[in-house]
Ligand binder design. Structure first.
Ligand code: SF4
Length: 441
């Protein structure tokens, strides 16, 4: 399923409110980095709410509801019309755009009141920061009682901070539209490789495996589940090639070897890295592993305070492998829990994040954007493991954009890692972060 066919109901719906000429259309363009809205200096260019499906990186597919013109003539009267109320009933998050030259009026307070009555979160946006460099987002925030960002839609100043606020205040149940649906078509065969070993919970599949099967079925494709030993036999028995093979990370090498080269191949961890966050950012992060030098500081970020066990993946195994890869000592700090990463992020050359099984998409994206603002690369356990096995390139075959990020110098980097490090013993998906707890299963 392509972006344009992603059902609207699964996209984050962001409504943009503001009086005429505050720059709503320019703001939409700045968020999308393309000319999608009509931009005009003539007040009231559009008169009805316009729904635009678009991709905002790294937020993903969204629907922007452009309410430009809704306050034309008789401002508050129009706010209370059915049109506006209909917009709010379809809105996950509202952006209230203010022009510092116009200040705050009854209109803004009316939007806030209507939104509050419908439990819609509002983020304030002071636009035209380039023209009013002294604008203070904190002051507007105090005035409106909602979080605010100061931006210039024209120069893009502050747009990244605004995206962070959007993600942070998106509804808790917001997810990406699909786990695998955009990679497959109706009738396709998807093979899932799931080892049944002592790391697997007794009598059941873990949640991410169940979720992938469910997503395959919802997309009218066929899910064929095998253990790693049966993969070759399964592929040879089929009269048509499978579209996609998804493996548990613990059997990466065998599954890669038994999957025909022209069949898309990936892992559960990588699928969930994309579903829960920003795969491209994590691939950029893995490249930073190769520039680590002895003495560098690395932050291991665990999203929950799980009970660490002997030979813990984040505290023991990954530090050991990274030291081997770097050929010297590294300084590791570990943080557990908390809603965001610590304030001293800039001290670190790399953040190695857990699989985030306990985080939702907005929480993981908030962390990635926070690290992005601090200029610190982030990789997660799953992407790092694929890299250290030398199979990341193969495992990114379904994701051309992420692959192109890696391919700048990725192949050589993976060979380098393999040359320097003892190939890490495979770690089951259960400890890469999914399901109940990373150490419990
Ligand atoms: S992977 Fe899951 S269980 Fe492990 S630290 Fe992260 S959130 Fe907690």
């Amino acid at each position: 399923m392509s972006l344009n066919t992603t059902p609207r109901g699964q996209r984050l719906h962001i409504a943009i409110f503001g009086r005429r000429n505050v720059g709503k259309s320019s703001l939409i363009n700045a968020l999308a980095c393309q000319d999608v809205a009509i931009v005009s200096d003539i007040p009231g260019t559009t008169t009805d709410p316009v729904y635009k499906s678009m991709e905002i990186l790294p937020i993903g597919p969204v629907v922007i509801i452009d309410t430009a013109g809704i306050d034309d003539v008789g401002t508050l009267g129009h706010l209370r019309t059915g049109r506006t109320l209909a917009v709010l009933s379809k809105t996950d998050l509202a952006l209230l755009v203010v022009d510092p030259g116009q200040g705050v009026s009854e209109y803004e307070h009316a939007v806030l009141k209507e939104a509050a009555e419908r439990n819609v979160m509002v983020v304030g946006v002071i636009n035209k920061r380039d023209l009013y460099p002294r604008v203070d987002a904190g002051e507007l925030s105090r005035q409106l009682g909602v979080p605010c960002a100061a931006v210039s839609a024209r120069t893009l100043q502050g747009i990244d901070e605004l995206k962070e606020l959007i993600v942070r205040h998106a509804p808790k149940d917001w997810t990406a539209p699909t786990i695998v649906g955009d990679l497959i078509s109706p009738g396709d065969i998807v093979i899932l490789v799931i080892p049944i070993d002592k790391a697997a919970p007794k009598g059941r599949l873990i949640l991410p495996q169940q979720q992938v099967i469910r997503d395959v079925l919802e997309n009218d494709a066929l899910a064929l589940t095998v253990k790693e030993r049966e993969l070759k036999h399964a592929v040879e028995s089929l009269s048509v090639k499978p579209r996609l093979v998804i493996t548990d990370s613990s059997v990466f090498l065998k599954a890669a070897a038994d999957t025909p080269p022209d069949v898309l191949f990936t892992s559960f961890s990588i699928l969930f890295a994309r579903y829960k966050g920003d795969l491209d950012a994590l691939v950029r992060g893995v490249k930073a592993v190769d520039s680590l030098r002895p003495g560098d500081k690395v932050l291991v970020a665990e999203a929950c305070t799980h009970h660490a066990v002997e030979d813990d993946i984040g505290r023991v195994k990954i530090p050991r492998w990274l030291r081997q890869a770097v050929g010297g000592d590294l300084s590791f700090d570990v943080v557990s829990g908390g809603s965001l990463l610590p304030d001293n992020l800039k001290e670190y050359k790399l953040v190695v994040h857990c699989g985030a099984c306990m985080l939702n998409r907005k929480e993981m994206l908030s962390r990635l954007m926070q690290a992005g603002s601090a200029g610190v690369p982030v990789v997660n356990y799953g992407v790092l493991m694929a890299h250290m096995h030398g199979v990341l390139k193969r495992a990114l075959s379904p994701f051309p954009q992420a692959l192109s990020i890696l391919e700048d110098d990725g192949e050589e980097a993976e060979l380098e890692i393999l040359r320097k490090a003892v190939l890490p013993k495979a770690v089951p998906e259960a400890v890469l972060g999914r399901g109940a707890s990373c150490m419990v299963e």
